[in-house]
Structures are given as C-alpha cells and as structure tokens.
Design a protein around this ligand. Sequence first.
Ligand SMILES: C[S@@+](CC[C@H](N)C(=O)[O-])C[C@H]1O[C@@H](n2cnc3c(N)ncnc32)[C@H](O)[C@@H]1O
Length: 470
Amino acid sequence: MKTPPYQILPDLLPQQYDDLRDSIAENGVDIPKVVDQEGNTLDGFHRQRACDELGIFCPSEVRQFATEAEKCEFILRANCRRRMLNRKQREKLIETYLVRDPQIADNSLGSLIGVSKNTVAKVREHLVAICQIDKFEKLRGRDGKERPTKYKRIIANTPKEAETAITIIGDLPDNCEGKTLDVTTAKRRARRNQSQKEIDRENAELWDDQNIRLYHRRFQDLIIEPSSVNLILLDIPYNKIFVPQVSDLARLAARWLVDGGLLAMYSGIICFNEVVRRLDEHLKWGWMGTSAWMGKGNLVQERQVVNNWKPVVVYSKGPWRKLRRWCDTSIVNTQEKNWHDWQQPLEDVEHWVRQFSKPGDLVVDPCGGGFTTAVACYRLGRRFIGCDCDATCVNKGLQRLAEERARREKLLGELKIWIEDSEGFRNPRWTVRETWNQCSGLDAQQLEVYLRLLPESHRAMWESLGKQSA
Ligand SMILES: C[S@@+](CC[C@H](N)C(=O)[O-])C[C@H]1O[C@@H](n2cnc3c(N)ncnc32)[C@H](O)[C@@H]1O
C-alpha cells in the first residue's frame, strides 16, 4: 500500500494498533481525523484504517493551512507528544521532516519533536553531506522569521587576542558553528582540526603513489584533465533530489572522457526517464546493462514491486567505439553493506570495470560512497580518481583501501613463495595459478596485476617457469 504523502510518523506497533481498533469498536472515534483543504489526511491515519476495517465512518475535521511547512508542523505538534518514539524513530522522523521542510531552524524542529537542537543539527549535517538537502544561509524560526544560520565566533579581550582570532577562525572545524569560544579554546580546536586534515592529506597522498586518488569534495569541484578518462563508473543516489545533478555529471563526463570513453552508471528506476534525459543532453546513448542479485529482493514501496535488478546505463563520448566483446549482465549472490549503506557488491563492480576498461586505464567514480570502484580498480590494475561529498565516506574509503593494501602485501609474499617452490612441479605455472586462485579468491587477470608488482628476481623466475612448462 502506498504511504500517504503526509504520513511522516512511523506506523504504530501491531499491538498498539490492535488496542486502538478495539477501543474504536467499543467507544467510537473520540478525536476526529484532520484533513487539509485539499482533502489530504494530516492526522488520524490509523483511526481511518481502523474505521475502514470496522466498516464505520471516521469523523473528520477540515482545516485551512497557508503553507506546506504549516501542515508539517501541525502533524508533529499533534503527534509527537502522544506517541512514544525511540531514538532511532525520532532520528528517522527528523530526517523525513527535514527533507520536506529543510529551512526550519534546528531548535524549532527540536522543540516540536521533543529532542535537543543538537540532535536535529546532527541529522541535518548528514543530509547536507549526502546532498539530500541544501545548506541554507538562513533558517526559519518559531515566529516564522528567517535568521542567519550560526557563525563560528571567538571572543577577543585584547588587541593581541583579536589578531590571533583573525588568523585561526578559518581553521576551526564545522562543529564550532553556533559556539562562542575564548581564544585559548579556539587555538586548541583549530590546531586539532588542522592536524586531522594533515593526516587525511597524507593518506590521500599515500594513495597517489598507487595511482588511486580519493578526494573529499563534490564531483562538481573535482579537477580532472580534459579527455584523460577512459571510464566513468558510478552509482548515484536514486532519489528525486539528486536528479538535477545528473546534468552536471553528463556535462563533466563529456569534458573528462577520451573520445569514445564510456560512462556506466547504476540508476534507480523511479526517476530513470529523467536521468537518461539529462545524460542524453551531453553524451551518446549506448546500451543498458543489468546488475541482478539472487535471493531476497527489495520492496519498492511506491510501486509495490519486489525488485532484484538495477539498470546500468552505458553512454559514450562521441560515437560508440568498437569494444572487444562484452557481457551486459552481471548476477551476484551477495549483499555487501559493511562500508556504506548503498554499497554495491565488489564482484558486480569488478564486472563493469573489466567490461569497459583495461589495465592501466584511468577510471573515475565521482560518487564514491564505500569506494567499491576504487577497490575494484586497485585489484584490477586500473588507475582511479574518485570523490564523495561526505567526509566520513572518504575516510572509510581510505581505511578500506589500507586493508586492501595489507591483503595485497600478504598475498604478494605468498605468491613469491609459491613461485620459488613450484619449480619441481610438472606444470609449475598452472600449479601457481590454481593455488593462487584457491587461496586468494582472485582470478587470472588479478594474478597478472600481482605478477607485475613482484620484484624483478621473482618476475624472472616466473618467466623461466613458463619456459620450462612450454
Ligand atoms: C549510491 S552511493 C555510492 C555507493 C558506492 N557505489 C558503493 O559501492 O559504495 C552515492 C554516493 O554519492 C555521494 N554524493 C551525492 N552527491 C554527490 C556530489 N555532488 N558529489 C560527490 N558525491 C556525492 C553520496 O554521499 C553517496 O555516498
């Protein structure tokens, strides 16, 4: 059943709903449901459902509201006090509310729901980071007036302190917004923030050496040499709010890609038509691939469909260049969500990296998320540039790559030993390949990447193994 547009509070628990229905059956409805001037129910969804089930009329009160924000505030006022919500439900409610009315001030929303302004600010910060809502210069207070959002502030009591405050205010972290700090505290917070940034920078540079580069920024701010990218592979957020950014993406892809380079993009289906319309403006339609998974499908509430596949649209810059034969379907058995809520399975991402690029090519993922594409490129010997607007994603991505690097070091050590020990076998190359495949779970193409990373002496040993077995 489609969720009504104004049902922003979570459903009652089954027991609570049964109690409500029993009470209505016995005593009738004592509080009428509330509908707006367009006939949308704002309050009383469960009363209406119980009446429908009992076959009785649900009394209603029609109210006139001036704005959408007024309606949303009414819903919260009418419900939050009488419903006992747990922390997770409250956070979900804040999220749902902010997506509808992002300009409400944190303290106003906090007092409507019965949480602190900091709880609202935390949810807001996350939604801004993942581009679900904009960052506003001004927020709307309880009296309906808009006021500037919070500034970082340092109080200086002497000319020297004023001078210091000016030099460090730019180094304060974002969570100092709305706070007034004395100079000593501000210095400490700024220093800590700077050294964290330094660590992040060092991590990023470390990966530069490996031709894998991760950035914390919006893809609109990513600087990439024109006509240098062989493949753009990405998975966008599937919500309507993201759709306008597809135009930016298509425009940048047309600049970054080499002639005939490809953009392969996982897409949701609800906004699919809007997405392809925007891609069509700058790129050439090529094909549509499928990523499917076995097992439990996801229920898409809006269409009541159990979904087990995703489209992967493939566009080219300029005319389609002949590729070697490629397979447009990937079927996987796993769900992996350990690095990001919207993470794609690594095996699936590797499939698309292999189909559309070759070792040494430059691959870009402008919406990194859990940076699965970065890991696939690392394993398959492609160069990679990626970013995400959410700093947490980038830090986790760096951590994920560090784990991948440790795994690579271990496997390279083992590979050296297998090569050294395989001389006596009848078909030593085959033996090493088989052992490698079984122990690492990686395949022949990935073995090729690892072989190139071995020291000269071991590469020569591998070559001579080939000659012996020939
Ligand atoms: C669907 S997730 C990507 C998941 C990823 N493919 C994986 O396997 O983990 C989309 C990501 O895009 C990021 N994003 C949204 N808008 C962005 C923008 N303008 N610039 C950079 N990243 C953005 C979100 O923060 C989110 O992490």
